[in-house]
Each structure stands twice: as C-alpha cells, then as structure tokens.
Design a protein around this ligand. Structure first.
Ligand code: NDP
Length: 315
C-alpha cells in the first residue's frame, strides 16, 4: 500500500437523502463512516424549491435547506463528510475489502461500501428550458406540481413516468398537455388508457418542444408538429420534463449487476448487491418511487445491512 492509501470501515458514495441517512445510521453504529459528496453535493433536492411531502416539516422546507439539515445531522453524529468525487472502483476482491479512488488520486480501502450516487433527470437540452429551470420548468411533477394548482401545464414524454405524472398533475391542475414526440406512447397500455381517459389531459402526438416561453418565469411553450412542421403556442405556467433518468452508476458497471438502464439490482428485501460488502440505496437502485423519503428509507437499510456484514466479519 502506498502512503496515500487510507483504510475506512464504511465508505458512503453520494450525498442525497439515501447517503446521509446511511451515514446517520452508520455513525450511530460506530462504523466511522466517511462520505464523499460527489459532483452535486446534496443531490437532486438541491435543485428543487419547497419540499412539502417530507414528513416532519409541517410548513415545508426548501430543498437545499433540508439537505443542509441532513448533512448537519450526519456530521454531528460523527460522519466524516468530504468534498470529492469517486472516479474509479475495484470490487474484484471477493471477500473484501474494496478499493476506491477519489478524484483520480486518493486511494481508499473500505471494509464496506454504500453506493448512494442517485440518478440525474434527463433534459431536452434547449436554452429556454435551462434558463427557466426552477422558475416553472421542473423534472419532478410530484415535487413541484402542487405549485400549479388550478393552472395549465405541459409535460414532455411518453413513458410510464410521464403518464403517471400527467395523471398526478391532472388532479391538481386545470389542464395538462402531454407532449409525445412519436405517434404513440412508450408507457404500458394500462397507463396509456389511464391518461387517455382523463378529461383534462390533452395528448399531443408527434409533438416536440421548440421553445419554453417567458423571461423570468414560464408563460407558455411553443411546440412543433414533427410531421407537418406546424408550430403553435400553448398558454401554460408549468413545464414538466419526464423523459427518463440516468442512474449515476457508470463507474460500478464492471462489477455490479445492473438492469439494462443501469439501475443497480439489489437482492430482494435488502440493499445487498451481487458483491459482498457493497450495498446500494436511493435512486441508483430505484426507478419506480424516486422520492426523498423512500431514498432515506433505503439508506437506513444499507447502513443496517453493512453493520451486520461487518459484525459477521468480526468488526
Ligand atoms: P422511458 O425511457 O421509459 O421513457 C422516456 C420517454 O421520454 C419516451 O416516451 C421517450 O420517447 C421520451 N423522450 C426521450 N427523450 C426525449 C426527447 N429528447 N424529447 C421528447 N421526448 C423524449 O422513461 P420513464 O422515466 O418513463 O421510465 C423509466 C423506467 O421506469 C421504465 O422502465 C418504466 O416502465 C419504469 N417506470 C415504471 C413505473 C411503474 O411501473 N409504475 C412508473 C415510472 C417508471 P420515445 O418513446 O419516442 O423514445
């Protein structure tokens, strides 16, 4: 081992609700967790505004403030939170420990590893969408739909997420335009029927986004029919993008079993991966629920699983 190698009992990769909850439990279990925050400290919640669906905050809380609270709690209990990005791993040592590199240089040998690297929403990649992000543009209807109560909104996408979020928005909003780029949806038949039967959802097929309109907040969207070239403007206040997520799991691919979209496969009713001593929680392994509270729940599971794993190894 070179001088630059550090030995850690429990290494947590990622700083969203899953990672910090794992840290809180691991610290209280005296596992001396070291947590690397990654590229977006605090995770996806740092790009949302009010969080009203996380239990324990009767008046709601701003996403970044909530993540600061998660961090303070983890630190107070003894987590070593560090700024840095895990850039490479070697999980080939079957009985552990496992090796991880931070920022391409620092080498850490960890008895247990908890992956909580989350997922990133996909975006259309147009300028107006980026500029108005957080000012009417959102990638999470369940997080932000409430702010458009009684108003007209649009949602882009034709998958299960878009269909599910469109029906969620339909309950809150006056009218929901669903913008589907093909002549059909990719969502399951059941989900398609569900949105087709909602009176206040209008599905626009062969429709793509030309520009989200508005200077400081969303005032509409200009869409284009990709068959006829016809453009029209929709008068909306909220613009939701639901075109999928990408789990941040690329660096683990060589060792960890994943589904075809890159979500880590955990063993039933646990956070265990196919590699002993490596556990996964949060959105990196969840494409269905993707909520802060479910991520926190699986973070707790990962810490408990890691604790039992280490105890069985005599730690
Ligand atoms: P999907 O990848 O399934 O669907 C993405 C949708 O977005 C597709 O309709 C796609 O169109 C569209 N899209 C992609 N890029 C663009 C773009 N640049 N412009 C316009 N439209 C675009 O993602 P989901 O998040 O919907 O689902 C992910 C996985 O999670 C799926 O396996 C899904 O079944 C699952 N899921 C299951 C749920 C459940 O069972 N309750 C709930 C939510 C998700 P196109 O079809 O033309 O490529």
């Amino acid at each position: 081992m070179s001088e630059n190698v550090e030995k850690v009992e429990c290494l947590i990769i990622g700083s969203g609700p899953a990672g910090y909850t794992a840290a809180i439990y691991a610290a209280r279990a005296d596992m001396k967790p070291v947590l690397y925050e990654g590229m977006q400290p605090g995770g996806q919640l740092t790009i949302t505004t009010d969080v009203e669906n996380y239990p324990g905050y009767p008046d709601g809380i701003m996403g970044p403030d909530m993540m600061e609270n998660f961090k303070k709690q983890a630190v107070r209990l003894g987590t070593d939170v560090r700024f840095g990005m895990v850039t490479k791993v070697d999980f080939s040592n079957a009985g552990g420990p496992h090796t991880v590199w931070v920022d391409n240089e620092k080498e850490i040998v960890a008895d247990s590893v908890i992956i909580s690297t989350g997922a990133s929403a996909k975006w259309l990649g147009i300028e107006s969408e980026t500029r108005l992000n957080g000012s009417g543009v959102s990638a999470c209807a369940v997080c932000d739909g409430f702010f458009y109560r009684g108003l007209d909104v649009a949602i882009v996408g034709g998958g299960d997420t878009a269909a599910e979020e469109a029906s969620y928005l339909a309950k809150i909003c006056n009218k929901v335009y669903m913008l589907v780029r093909k002549g059909e949806m990719r969502a399951s038949k059941a989900m398609q029927h569900r949105v087709e039967n909602l009176e206040n959802v209008e599905i626009l097929y062969h429709t793509e986004t030309d520009e989200v309109l508005g200077e400081n907040e969303v005032e509409g969207v200009r869409v284009v029919n990709n068959q006829t070239g016809e453009k029209k403007e929709l008068d909306i206040k909220g613009f939701f993008v639901a075109i999928g997520h990408t789990p941040n799991t690329g660096i683990f691919k060589e060792y960890i079993d994943m589904d075809d979209q890159g979500y880590i496969i955990t063993k039933p009713d646990s956070s265990k991966t196919n590699v002993d001593g490596v556990f996964a929680c949060g959105d990196a392994q969840d494409k269905i629920y993707r909520q802060a509270v479910t991520a926190a729940g699986t973070g707790c599971m990962a810490a408990l699983d890691a604790e039992r794993y280490l105890a069985a190894k005599g730690h």
